[in-house]
Design a protein around this ligand. Structure first.
Ligand SMILES: NC(=O)c1ccc[n+]([C@@H]2O[C@H](COP(=O)([O-])OP(=O)(O)OC[C@H]3O[C@@H](n4cnc5c(N)ncnc54)[C@H](OP(=O)(O)O)[C@@H]3O)[C@@H](O)[C@H]2O)c1
Length: 244
């Protein structure tokens, strides 16, 4: 896909896959709006990207996304809104901090739902709404609980939206395997087929340029996870129990 001159809003742009997407899209001539909570990180990234606009927001704060949407509503329509924003805290269920669990649900699920509720009117006809679920949402994995549950919900939410918003909005679901970011730096286990954020960004842009709904990568990992999901629970749970 030719991204030259495309107006794209990245929510979750200050780090990880979002920041890598910003760099890749800027390199391909897109006009970017960069959002996340960390305004300093966004400003530094915008300088790297050239003429990107910085619009800090907090998906966990009531009214914050609404304000940003109002600011963009007065401008030319967007070609895509990409939301990578999420929180992650692995651990055993008995050790869960309820406040952190609530924040994960707030940002990962309700934040994504707010993006889906408020952003479509900003898109041109046929524009893309790109939401980040995860292979962690295919099947619950030990140590993942609220994160995996929110990602299963986002996978499901994107399916609903793809049917409900078509054909005006082209909804895409991104399900990465492991990507080396501050998010996965919290993991204390081996992460097979892990990708760099740059490789992940290229896979997302490649997927956005092709027809289809789900963008999942790397296939050598994600296809195995899809197969696991298809197995009867008697088998799949026996396998995932070993991961714990
Ligand atoms: N890394 C992986 O292996 C992997 C695998 C599967 C799926 N994913 C999904 O891919 C997406 C990107 O992950 P990543 O690894 O790039 O994570 P990351 O490096 O931690 O980046 C997450 C981004 O979300 C933003 N964010 C967090 N809370 C926010 C809030 N309340 N309001 C607005 N922005 C907020 C962060 O910026 P601020 O802190 O500045 O707000 C940051 O820019 C996530 O949806 C994740 O679930 C990642």
């Amino acid at each position: 896909m030719d991204f030259t001159g495309r107006r794209i809003w990245l929510i979750g742009a200050s780090a990880g896959i979002g920041a890598a997407l910003a760099r890749a899209l800027a390199g391909r001539g897109a006009q970017l709006v960069l959002s996340a909570r960390d305004g300093d990180a966004l400003a530094a990234l915008a300088r790297e990207c050239g003429s990107a606009r910085v619009l800090p927001l907090d998906l966990a704060r009531a009214g914050s996304l609404d304000d940003a949407v109002r600011a963009l509503a007065a401008e030319a329509p967007l070609d895509a809104v990409i939301c990578t924003a999420a929180l992650y805290d692995p651990g055993r269920v008995a050790e869960l901090d309820p406040a952190r669990a609530e924040a994960m649900v707030r940002v990962n699920l309700l934040g994504t739902l707010d993006v889906a509720r408020l952003c479509p009117p900003l898109l041109r006809d046929g524009g893309q709404l790109v939401l980040f679920g995860s292979v962690a949402g295919y099947l619950g994995l030990p140590g993942g609980q609220p994160y995996s549950a929110t990602k299963a919900a986002v996978n499901n939410l994107a399916e609903s939206l793809a049917a409900e918003l078509a054909p005006r909005v082209d909804v895409r679901l991104v399900c990465p395997g492991f990507v080396e970011t501050r998010l996965t730096a919290k993991n204390r286990f081996a992460m097979p087929a892990i990708l760099s954020p740059e490789a992940a960004a290229q896979a997302v842009l490649h997927g956005m340029g092709r027809p289809g709904f789900e963008i999942h990568f790397p296939r050598r990992f994600t296809l195995g996870m899809k197969l696991l999901r298809l197995l009867p629970y008697a088998l799949s749970l026996r396998l995932t129990r070993r991961l714990g």
